[in-house]
Design a protein around this ligand. Sequence first.
Ligand SMILES: Cc1cc2nc3c(=O)[nH]c(=O)nc-3n(C[C@H](O)[C@H](O)[C@H](O)COP(=O)(O)OP(=O)(O)OC[C@H]3O[C@@H](n4cnc5c(N)ncnc54)[C@H](O)[C@@H]3O)c2cc1C
Length: 459
Amino acid sequence: MARGGHIAVVGAGLAGPLMALLLARRGFAVTLIERRTDPRRDVVQAGRSINLALSARGIRPLERAGVFAAVEPLLMPMRARAVHPRSGPGSLQPYGQRPQEINYSVGRAALNRVLVAAAERAGVVLRFEHRCLGLVPESGAIQCVDERSGRAFEFDCQTVIAADGAGSAVRASLAAAGACTVRAVPLDHDYKEMTLPGLDGRHALDPEALHIWPRGEFMLIALPNPDGTFTLTLFLPRTGEPSFAALIGAPALHAFFSAQFPDLAPYHAALIEEFRRNPQGQLGTVYVRDWHLEGRALLLGDAAHAIVPFHGQGMNAAFEDCAVLDTLLERGGGWAAVYGEFERLRRPSAAAIARMALENYAEMRASVRDADFQRRKRLEFELERRFPGRFVPRYSMVMFHPEISYSEAWRRGAIQAAIIEQLDRARSADGGIDYTLADRLVRERLPVPIGRDPDARTG
Ligand SMILES: Cc1cc2nc3c(=O)[nH]c(=O)nc-3n(C[C@H](O)[C@H](O)[C@H](O)COP(=O)(O)OP(=O)(O)OC[C@H]3O[C@@H](n4cnc5c(N)ncnc54)[C@H](O)[C@@H]3O)c2cc1C
């Protein structure tokens, strides 16, 4: 593959700088183009997913790029879900059973700064305040405008990697030229972020948990920050009752917070003030077909597969994209062949995580409260202990087993759900499980331990 001519990576969010860094380490000349100002100088915008859950799937690519050591000090471990009912005692539901099975809360801005700095150190040319207007499909050049001077120009490059997010301009120009099809499915729930203050730098809630206030049709969650605060995110229908549309005016807001989140009473006034100030964000899934234009352009991360955030996997999937593309580049071949193989490997996985993320919303906002759900979770953990490497809860496969693809997690998850269903139905009068039946079902239906099937690996 030719090393001559710059590769343009559009978007210095999360995937862009990581991909630029990996390319630079492979000896390519890379220019990273970003419409925003340099995050190392910028003040963080309030209300835009301030922190994110990072899991093993996202950590591996960071290690591959040699940047994890710089990211690690930013991480807050989250070992369990802390469930806050409207009344009565809450519960702590561990995410996994092994000490390493934890997720981490990480600040988006701090992570972004580390990645951008690492890309720059690796020799990537950074072009902030440069907006990409689109791609010229015939030549592969990208059209840009320097936001400071207003000067428009064309950037000739050997190939373009578009990591410009869910609203990708590069994708729009490919779609306009008939080179890809895009189906955007908005969620009818929006979100709003607020801050739970710390007490003299200490956290007001257990800092080693992701907190959930599941309320059936909607939920509030909280992820810890290193400064003693939590970022709260309210996910709520756009219209109807209750909804963002119905939460207008102080009395309605006070009544809502008092009824739904009584344990946060000391913070209601501050939260309501922030609620009124902060933007209301939209969510959705973007399904794209044809992620590449021969060898001239490739869509990556949210530009190729934006998903709803309920499995905490959008960034993790975007990072995994970077590692898979890097592996394919290591194997060699022309850009067109590499991009074709990338889409072949990743599109089924993107579809699987898109689906699991939507399903997880129902789990987080409703099922976590049910005794049935908790009983089945306990059974899943028990089967994992009895059949290690063979029966692994789907949540754990997605979050803690990057050695298998999302699509394999989906496939095995469906088999396991049927096994759990059968065992649960066959419980004895005193609730006992027939482990002889469990043994037979697991051996018959999950004959291959996870990670042993080469076709089921991430790529
Ligand atoms: C509320 C919320 C919570 C989330 N929580 C999680 C979580 O817990 N875990 C997780 O893994 N994921 C989470 N996600 C998803 C995650 O934010 C995305 O999947 C991730 O940011 C995708 O990375 P990306 O680099 O593809 O896109 P982005 O991070 O969106 O980066 C795109 C970049 O491109 C730039 N850009 C856009 N257009 C242009 C243009 N025309 N020219 C130049 N630059 C441009 C943007 O300014 C931006 O910097 C969450 C998302 C939301 C909305």
